[in-house]
Design a protein around this ligand. Structure first.
Ligand code: SF4
Ligand code: SF4
Length: 447
């Protein structure tokens, strides 16, 4: 075992040592119920988790179902009376279970396939929506940066790059010395960890984290909830970093006084509902606090299923029906409550919700759209939202043509097909996919 694997094992063993076996974590787990595991089995399942942690070996059937069901909601950690980070414990146990279930070469193949698929989609979508100088700025090596603050985007937000541009605008408004770092060259390694390819994870995710330290930054602001969760649980707890780490929304909320003093008084009147996800630090409270400070914005609080997963998509995407019901239920409740806007927290949620504009009388924006606009900045087009709504594509195609040219990237019919599947097979509300296919097939043909 590597030193890193030893330290993960030590974290899991410490959790097992502190655990009293009360079962409250399992009782609180929404996805265990989703796959049919009864709350009455809690003591048994937790005993199996402890046994796997201490002795390894074959994974009991009930435990295997629990581990496979986990979508990272963190309801277990919140429920634990001992304050154990049960989500972290379950994540490490899941790694062990995958390791025990198949040969290591298979782990590496599965991880590489998932990474390749993601990287291709991100590269294409970013090249269709961002000029080359901005992409180059984001992709430059982290350890060569000199700013005191790093804004770490992760990979997948580059599918909806207007969010990155908004955050950069907001940090500019704070007059902060920051660099932006992201893309697949700075991946958090989630696929390698999930597929139990630990040697590659160490070369990717672990290395990305070390590069932050090498830059000399005192603070790293994360965007992606998955990266935030991974770095919190698999890096920060393994070895104390030389920098502070936290989600950008928490940083902005902590600096609200300065931000609010720079908000423009004249703002569009709107009644908004946040599509909430618990599970990543204080992001829900932080985003609500930011929105409440925006002039002429009324925040409507609705009861919602915010504890099912820490974000839309990702692992939660395997519960397609439940996710779709959550999205439809929230959109309908928002309309009934007289809201005109749904505000998304993260990029994967934004992708899932962006197409709702084609179905409901609602606007869908990310919270960064609202804050950047309140500062008199922002206004970056949400091309992904245009793809997903399925209306006229002229603006999106014209932008893509010029950005693809500036990035030296060409799309062909195969890329249009794979992008269509990527965009429209995701859980979420959407308009007709034909508009995207036709417009971008034409672009692929004619350039
Ligand atoms: S993180 Fe959520 S889904 Fe995973 S075990 Fe804990 S409660 Fe269940
Ligand atoms: S809630 Fe905490 S103490 Fe109770 S079984 Fe789960 S991890 Fe152990």
């Amino acid at each position: 075992m590597s030193a890193y694997a030893d330290r993960l094992q030590a974290l899991a063993t410490a959790a097992a040592d502190r655990c009293t076996g009360c079962g409250k974590c399992f009782e609180a787990c929404p996805t265990a119920r989703e796959v049919g595991l009864d709350a009455g089995e809690a003591i048994e399942r937790v005993a199996e988790l402890s046994a796997l942690t201490r002795a390894g070996g074959r994974v009991a059937g009930g435990l295997e179902m629990w581990l496979n069901a986990c979508d990272g909601s963190a309801r277990c950690s919140t429920a634990c009376p001992e304050g154990i980070n049960v989500r972290q414990w379950v994540t490490i146990a899941k790694l062990k279970a995958v390791e025990a279930s198949r040969p290591a070469e298979q782990n590496a193949i599965s991880a590489a396939n998932r990474f390749r698929h993601m990287a291709q989609a991100v590269r294409l979508l970013a090249s269709m929506q961002l000029p080359s100088e901005t992409l180059r700025r984001i992709l430059a090596p982290a350890e060569k940066r000199t700013a005191d603050v790093l804004f770490y985007t992760g990979c997948n937000v580059l599918r909806t790059p207007h969010i990155v541009l908004n955050v950069m605008d907001i940090l500019d408004a704070l007059e902060l010395d920051f660099d932006v770092v992201g893309g697949t060259g700075h991946c958090c390694g989630v696929y390698q960890f999930m597929e139990a390819d630990l040697p590659t994870y160490e070369r990717i995710g672990h290395r990305t984290f070390q590069r932050f330290g090498q830059s000399g930054a005192s603070r790293v602001l994360t965007w992606c909830p998955t990266c935030t969760k991974n770095f919190d649980e698999l890096e920060k707890d393994v070895e104390a970093p030389s920098f502070d780490l936290g989600h950008v929304s928490e940083f902005l909320a902590a600096n609200l006084e300065v931000l609010a003093s720079r908000f423009k008084a004249e703002q569009p009147k709107r009644r908004v509902v946040i599509h909430e996800h618990l599970g990543i630090g204080a992001t829900v409270e932080s985003i609500a606090k930011l929105l409440r400070a925006v002039p002429d914005l009324e925040l409507i609080e609705l009861p919602q299923d915010s504890g099912f997963s820490y974000a839309c998509g990702g692992v939660a995407a395997k519960y397609k029906e439940r996710e779709a019901a959550i999205h439809r239920g929230l959109a309908e409740a928002a309309v009934a409550a007289g809201a005109d806007t749904i505000v998304t927290m993260y990029h994967s949620c934004h992708r899932a919700f962006a197409g709702a504009e084609a179905v409901y009388p609602l606007k869908v924006v990310n919270f960064t759209d609202v804050i950047a606009e309140a500062l008199g900045r922002g206004g970056h087009p949400d091309y992904y939202g245009l793809y997903k709504k399925g209306g006229t594509m002229d603006e999106a195609v014209a932008a893509a043509r010029s950005f693809l040219q500036s990035n030296g990237v060409k799309i062909d019919q195969a890329s249009v097909q794979s992008l269509t599947a990527d965009i429209f097979n995701e859980t979420g509300l959407a308009g007709p996919r034909g508009a995207f296919v036709n417009a971008f097939s034409e672009l692929a043909r004619r350039g």
